[in-house]
Design a protein around this ligand. Structure first.
Ligand SMILES: Cc1ncc(COP(=O)(O)O)c(C=O)c1O
Length: 403
């Protein structure tokens, strides 16, 4: 079940592969994170990159969250979901001229600037348009996030942000420009972080710099500590609770007196989604190992192929009998198209429905048409009811750009 709706019935009606989200869980998680930080002035800017389906983003807005966009496309998602420009922060390591013009002329709450060169470009565009751009400076604190190297962003070896010393020099030299307003400092040290230290150290790097700047007469409006809070993909995986996260960050931010911005993505949406998939074939190897071949693959959920990520996989209606040792693999012509390696499942037959857990973040949004596979549909469950919020792509949809 998802809430009070039967996953089997939804899959029967809409087909598979299918992403299903729980509206109640999405809303409860935004509320829980907001409550954890209630003791201090803050704004949650939902990281649209985690799941940009409009219906999901609209739920975030309905719960009072604001938005964090990572591209021009995500700015448009945020606007269509109903966010005002002054509720959107814009991050991105390689913003194009067109994206910057759009962000500046819209008057976003903050453009998180990644380099001195980008600050100069923002200044020039703002001057040309006779306006003043609000910028926050992204600091790279050289912190090991302790997560997978592909989703660690806060070490000096990573492409993101500037050293605290560079950021300091830049803010000091640019604080008096007519067309730039330095409103904040930004940090994001990585994603799927499961211990307090990296998050605390990231926040401390920008809090320390803000206090130094204040003594020099540069007064900011906010500190943006990014996202990154991890979830337990494995049942026994130790993670931080929302309260422990707040307990790590608030004591370092509080002395600055500055408003806190958070950019959570995964923690809110991942556990609110499952990917439903049907078994299309079973192949038993001589040594008894079974390949359970399903109709969802790396085109519907890239994380296992991209990061070796682990997702729980369960039979929606488990059959009785001895469990089988298996690899759950997709239909795509790549060996990395494996959703789960060395798993145990109850006996399965062709046509059975499986649920891949915690796929509400970095799931549907990372889909591709590789092997010319149309993208899966998405459903939002609300109590006993549900509706399709993104229809299944057709072959015609997929081929319409070929000229
Ligand atoms: C700048 C920025 N903010 C927020 C996020 C959201 O991170 P998470 O989904 O781990 O909360 C990301 C993701 O990596 C990011 O790059």
């Amino acid at each position: 079940m998802c809430e009070e709706a039967s996953l089997s019935a939804i899959a029967e009606a809409v087909g598979t592969p299918l992403h299903v989200y729980s509206r109640g869980e999405l809303r409860a998680r935004v509320r829980a994170l907001d409550a954890a930080f209630a003791a201090y002035p803050h704004d949650l800017h939902y990281a649209i990159k985690a799941n940009a389906t409009l219906a999901v983003v609209r739920e975030m807005r309905a719960e009072g969250a604001h938005a964090d966009a990572n591209s021009g496309g995500e700015i448009d998602v945020a606007l269509r979901a109903g966010f005002r420009p002054d509720q959107i922060v814009f991050t991105g390591v390689g913003k194009t001229h067109e994206e910057l013009v759009r962000a500046i002329t819209l008057g976003l709450k903050a453009i998180n600037a990644e380099s001195p060169g980008e600050m100069e470009r923002i200044d020039a565009i703002a001057r040309a348009h006779g306006t003043c751009a609000r910028v926050a400076v992204r600091v790279n604190p050289d912190v090991d996030a302790g997560s997978h190297p592909h989703i660690s962003t806060g070490s000096r070896a990573n492409k993101f942000g500037m050293t605290p010393a560079q950021a300091h020099a830049m803010v000091t030299s640019m604080a008096t420009r007519d067309h730039l307003k330095v409103v904040g400092l930004h940090v994001h040290v990585g994603s799927q972080i499961t211990s307090a230290d990296p998050l605390r150290q990231g926040a401390a790097a920008i809090a320390d710099l803000a206090m130094t700047l204040a003594t020099e007469g540069v007064h900011l409006e906010h500190l943006d500590v990014g996202g990154g809070l991890g979830i337990p993909y494995q049942p026994d995986q130790a993670v931080l609770s929302a309260d422990e996260y707040a307990a790590a960050v608030l004591p370092v931010v509080r002395p600055t007196g500055l408003r806190l911005i958070l950019e959570p993505g995964r923690w809110i949406t991942a556990p609110a989604g499952v990917l439903l998939t049907r078994v299309v074939d079973l192949k038993t190897q001589e040594e008894g190992r079974v390949f359970v071949i399903v109709d969802a693959g790396m085109t519907d959920l890239l994380r296992p192929a991209l990061y070796g990520a682990w997702h729980g996989i369960e039979a929606v209606e488990p059959r009785d009998g001895a469990h089988i040792a298996c690899d759950v693999v997709g239909p795509v012509c790549e060996t990395s198209d494996t959703l789960g390696k060395e798993r145990e499942l109850p006996p399965v037959e062709v046509g059975d429905l499986l649920a891949v857990r915690d796929t509400g973040a970095y799931g549907a949004i990372m889909a591709s048409n590789y092997n010319r596979r149309p993208m899966a549909a998405e459903v939002m469950v609300d109590g006993a009811g549900w509706r399709v919020v993104r229809r299944r792509q057709t072959v015609d949809d997929m081929l319409q750009w070929d000229v």
